[in-house]
Design a protein around this ligand. Structure first.
Ligand code: URA
Length: 192
């Protein structure tokens, strides 16, 4: 239990460490498989979600379900491709019934998350939803108050926005999410 620093020299080695992890006893037995990050290892931008859902648990890739389809559209609206960013989650295992990750699980997985970020070295992280934002920034501040400004994590600029699954349930929040993406693209120097 508790954070365990990974010193995996490459993403491939880290992926194998993740796949062998049984630190969260419950998740290790209920998961179909672990879900590592996808995308470019040279990505300037990482999108960070919460944890795999049912589709991701089945397919072994983050954001491949309905929320993932919307994330793909958001990425394209930002004049980028899914393949050129990096997409990862706070947790690598699906919590049963898609419950929120508990603090012990987030702590157990934090070494993997940090090593992924060290190996990718993104300039920007976009936190998708409260769980990602609150875990990365170690705060209890609600997502509505974290969005709209630039945060920092280990020298990486961090922007927080609503989770695409939330946007599917609350389409009226899409205009706020778009403001967040425009702010991020402005920081990155991407012309929209
Ligand atoms: N929601 C997340 O937070 N992450 C995924 O990978 C899929 C859905």
């Amino acid at each position: 239990e508790g954070p365990q620093k990974s010193t995996a020299p490459t993403l491939e080695v880290l992926r194998d460490e993740v796949a062998a992890c049984v630190r969260c006893q419950e998740l290790a037995t209920t998961r179909t498989q672990t879900v590592f990050g996808v995308g470019s290892r040279d990505a300037r931008l990482c999108f960070m979600g919460e944890a795999p859902g049912a589709d991701e648990d089945r397919q072994g890739e983050p954001f491949v379900g309905r929320a993932g389809q919307l994330l793909n559209k958001i990425i394209q609206a930002c004049r980028m491709q899914r393949e050129e960013v990096y997409i990862l989650n706070v947790l690598k295992c699906r919590p049963p019934g898609n419950r929120n990750p508990n603090p012990a699980e987030a702590a157990n997985c934090s070494g993997f998350l940090n090593r992924q970020l060290e190996l990718i070295e993104p300039e920007y992280i976009c936190c998708l939803g409260a769980v990602a934002a609150q875990n990365l920034l170690q705060t209890q501040t609600p997502i509505g108050r974290l969005r709209g400004r630039v945060h920092e994590y280990r020298g990486i600029k961090v922007v927080c926005t609503y989770h695409p699954a939330y946007l599917l349930r609350n389409p009226s929040a899409k205009k706020d999410a778009w403001e967040d993406m425009k702010m991020l693209m402005g920081l990155m120097g991407v012309q929209l």
